[in-house]
Design a protein around this ligand. Sequence first.
Ligand code: ADP
Ligand code: MG
Length: 260
Amino acid sequence: MRKDLEEELREQAHPNRLKEYPLQESEDLCQMNQNNNQIIRFEEITKVYHLGRIDIPVLNGVSCEIKKAEHVAIMGPSGSGKTTMLNIIGCLDKASSGRYFFENRDISSFDDDALSEVRSRKIGFIFQSYNLIPQLTVLENIEMPLFYQQVDEIKTREKAIELARMVGLEDRIRHRPAELSGGQQQRVAIARALMNDPVLILADEPTGNLDSVSGKEIMKLLCDLNERGTTLIVVTHDVNVAKYSRRILKMLDGRISNED
Ligand code: ADP
Ligand code: MG
């Protein structure tokens, strides 16, 4: 049984839990129930990079909540902190201060190993420049997330083929990235992101290098996944891409300046 599920069941099975707890704790429990459909909560997140003795503040107190199965677009000028925010959400980077709750668990103080565990079990990434490994075939690229995990090779291969089919690339599985168009490479990246059955997909300018027709195809794929329940966060410059989502967070100078 999955460890997190095991923990959850153990907590639920605890009899007289409410009776045993003093008022403060039962209030916390109420709060937790209210937050049950929340996947991400940022409380006053800051990020400061250090270059030698110079501090570069990049996020200046970001607070926001994102619900399970939401589709959120993050917009804002270059340098406003969008990628930094996405990297912290995706456990690729750590905040300098503030609290980050993922699925109601405070993961702000997790070390690198614990964060990479969250990332590899829960999160799929899609980047503007696809980040495929040029020497590997389409199929091998899709299999990458399970490469270091103890998963049966045949099952891994079957799953990668199924995902290649889902993104419409079943006839390209032996090709290498350089032999594919940008749109096709991004579809490989989407299939790769789905290999670990993520609950959250983070896409940083996913259509930034694509023509408008391929961009639409990619957004359609991402929206289909979202409609089937995967939470989707897309960073974009493009208003037409942001329009696919119901909620737009606008960033300016390391803060959320506005919400549509
Ligand atoms: P956006 O994605 O909105 O363009 P970023 O989050 O990439 O913005 O960057 C925000 C600011 O942080 C920029 O001014 C950038 O130069 C700076 N920055 C990003 N990463 C680093 C880093 N590793 N070291 C120092 N400064 C960084
Ligand atoms: Mg960026």
